[in-house]
Design a protein around this ligand. Sequence first.
Ligand code: ADP
Length: 496
Amino acid sequence: MAKYLVALDQGTTSSRAVIFSEEGVIVASHAVEFPQHYPHPGWVEHDPEDILDSQVTALKEAVHLSGIDPGDIAAIGLTNQRETTFLWDRQTGKCVGNAIVWQCRRTSQIVEQLTADGYGEMIREKTGLIPDAYFSGTKLKWLLDYYNLHEKAERGELCFGTVDTFLCWNLLIGRPHVTDATNAGRTMLFNLKTQDWDDELLELLQIPRACLPRVVDSSGLIGMLDPAILGRPIPVTGMAGDQHASLFGQACWKVGDVKNTYGTGCFMLMNTGDQPVRSRNGLLTTMAWRIGGKPVYALEGSVFMGGATIQWLRDEMKMITRASESESLAESIPGTGGVYLVPAMTGLGAPWWDMYSRGTLVGMTRGTGRAHIVRAALEAIAYQSEDLMQAMIRDSGQKPEHLQVDGGASANAFLMQFQADISQIPVVRPRVLETTALGAALLAGLGCGLYRSTEEMAGLWQKDLEFTPRMDEATRRLQLRGWHRAVERARDWAEH
Ligand code: ADP
C-alpha cells in the first residue's frame, strides 16, 4: 500500500526533497545547493542544468536516506521559487540561455516604460500585481527580444515556463507543458478573474500564446514521473509556488487565515476566499491555489529586511556572532529604551512603498547599548509584519484568529512573543516548520486521493507552540506610535 508523499522544493539557493509519511511526519530530506550567476550588477541567473541535476539528486538521495521503496510513494508534489523564467526549444529541449531569476532587475526599464505609458492600473486590475521586474512577463519579453525569437515563438517552437513548468517538462512522461494557477499568477500575464492568459497583456508585451503552458489546478493528476528516475512511474499530483504551498501547509484553508514566513525577508499571505480582493494598501492580489477548478485567492505582502536585519547585525555591525544570540540579548533588557531601528536599507515595501527610505536608528541616548539595538532590530521585524497584517485586515475586512508562523527567524521566541503582543493576536508555530514542503505534499495527497478533503487533513498540521498576547493596550499603542514616527524619519531619505 503506497503511503508516502514526496515534496520537491526547488528554491533559489537549493533544491530539496522531503519525504512525508501519510501522517504528515518528515521521514527524510535532502538538499543540494547550486551556483548563482551574477553576469552584471543587478542580474541573477541559474543554469537550467543545475536546477534539474540538483533536484533529481535531492530526490534520489532523500529516497535512499529514507530507506523506503519507491513503490510506496503515493504521489509527488512540486513547489518552487516563483517567477524565475526559462525559455527552451520545444524540439530539442535546450534552453535559449540561463534562467532569469526572480531577483534579477534587468527588466526594470521595461516595467518603468509600461508604467510611464499608463498601463500600471490595467495590469493591477487584471493580474493583481504591482508592475515590477520580479514577475516573469517582462523577463520572457526580454528573452524573446534579446535572442530575436518572436517568430519562432509565434510558430509554437518555443516553450516558456517557470520552475514548475520546467521540471514537469523535463521529469514527467510525455513532457507536459503545464503550470499551475499560483505560478501562472506571478507572470503578470495571467488574468485572475478569467483564470486564463490575458490577450491584452500578451499583446502589450508581444508574447505569443503559442509559447505559454497550459494552466492546471494546484492539486490533481499532472503526469507521471519518468520511471528512469526512481525505477517506476509515480504520479505528480500537486504543484504550487513556494509561498502558496506554505499557506496551504500552514492549514490556512479558511477565509481570513494568515501565515507569515520569517526568512531573509518575510512573506505574509492571507486567504481571502473565492473572490480576489483589490488592495488599497499596496498589497498584491494573488492565487492561494486552485483545486477542482475553483480558484482561491490571497493577499500577499512582504518585508524586505526580515531575518536579513539580524544577518546585518551579525555580519556588518558585528554586534552578535550568531543569529540566535539576538534572543538572549533582547531579553536581557526590559525594553529598547525608546530606540527604534527602521531597516529600510533597500527601501520600504507595503504599505509604504517608498524606494527612497533608508535604514534609520532613532531615539538613542547616552545609555543606549548593543542590547537595545539588537532588540530594536527584532522588534522592527515584528512591527513591519504588523503593518502588513493591518493592511490585510483593512483590505479584506477579515480579522484573523491566529498568525501561523514559520521560517528561520520564527525560532526566536522573543520575536514571536513580541509579534503576538504588538499584533494582539496569538502566534502559532507548527511542529513541522517545513510548511512549504508540507503544503506541496498535502496538495499532492489531496490530488492523488490519499486524503479526500481538507477536513480529513486537519490533523496533519500540528501546533508546537502558541504565543499569547500579554502586552497592555496602552503600551502597545505607545510602542506602535513610536515605530510609525521612526518610519516617518526613515522615509524619503535617499536623493531622488
Ligand atoms: P531563507 O529561506 O530566506 O534563506 P530561512 O528561513 O532559512 O531564510 O531563515 C534565515 C533567516 O533567519 C536569516 O536571515 C537569519 O538571520 C534569521 N534567523 C535565523 N535564526 C534566527 C534567530 N534565532 N533569531 C533571529 N533571526 C534568525
